[in-house]
Design a protein around this ligand. Sequence first.
Ligand code: 13P
Ligand code: SF4
Length: 349
Amino acid sequence: NRSYEEMVQRVWEIKEKLGDTLYIPGHHYQKDEVIQFSDITGDSLQLAQAAAHNKKAQYIVFCGVHFMAETADMLTTENQKVYLPDMRAGCSMADMADIDQTERAWTKLSSLFGDSILPLTYVNSTASIKSFVGKHGGATVTSSNAEKMLKWAFTQKERILFLPDQHLGRNTAYNLGIPLEKMAVWDPHSNELLYEGDLEEILVILWKGHCSVHEKFTVSNIEHLRSTKPDMKILVHPECTREVVELSDYAGSTKYIIDKIEEAEPGSKWAVGTEMNLVNRIIQQHPDKEIISLNPFMCPCLTMNRIDLPHLLWSLESIEKGEEINRISVDKEVAENAVLALNRMLQHV
Ligand code: 13P
Ligand code: SF4
């Protein structure tokens, strides 16, 4: 059992020893004890772009969740190996769309709408879902480019199937001027389209998935804040529900949230609706502004938090010993089509 200081020192030693052959990307939702070692910190778009550009690193130790490590593996070369320090760091949203459900949904939707649908998937999805989407001409999106990608999708087909986050899909489509009446929800459990009007009217089909962290920011959190601290601005991530986004002052991706606070006037007051580690970091970085979490209980992403200093060190020490523990390696056939979907996004941003 090593102390925090001993572990920190060991990580620095290994980083120094491996030099440019080691690359540690860290998502903004990661803990500080991990982020202090990241070679790049970013949202999911920035980390995907960084993985695609990095040609030097032999070992990529991904501090984020499973789908992000899969994306990094698919966007790097065969000689570059990607590791996830804890295999339990998944994403409950990504797990809400599996490939069998998606194939079943596609069969049924094709019988209802013919070939008028293009699939889009949030990067928060498994490699198999990205592969399915790539095979059918669609693309991935992140919260930073969802609007741009949805616009592009409508140049390709009449209607869009948006996987797996109904909230990001709904909020994005709404921002593009699509009325809620023209959006239907696909329930993967009952294999049914939840819609009561004329099917011809539907423009966007939203997969019934959600982020368990961002769903914790509620209308009652907002009502409470408006009555107790009316001078606070509310800033949320678009994985929050439509109702929450509607009542907030601003909504945008992780990067948008960071930039918004960065640009804000000293003395300004903010309630932020996103993952706890990021909110805490923003609070520390901006002592001149009053910043709180929109949900007073703070909302951690439990799976992101599984990557901690002991796991990071364990992963680095196993690489040092030449072992291949917790390597993320996406099946070649799956990766081939998934990369099509990822590249359709990367060439638009
Ligand atoms: P972004 O990094 O695209 O903002 O996504 C947030 C998120 O939930 C990552 O899992
Ligand atoms: Fe998944 Fe939500 Fe956690 Fe992001 S914050 S990894 S979407 S559960």
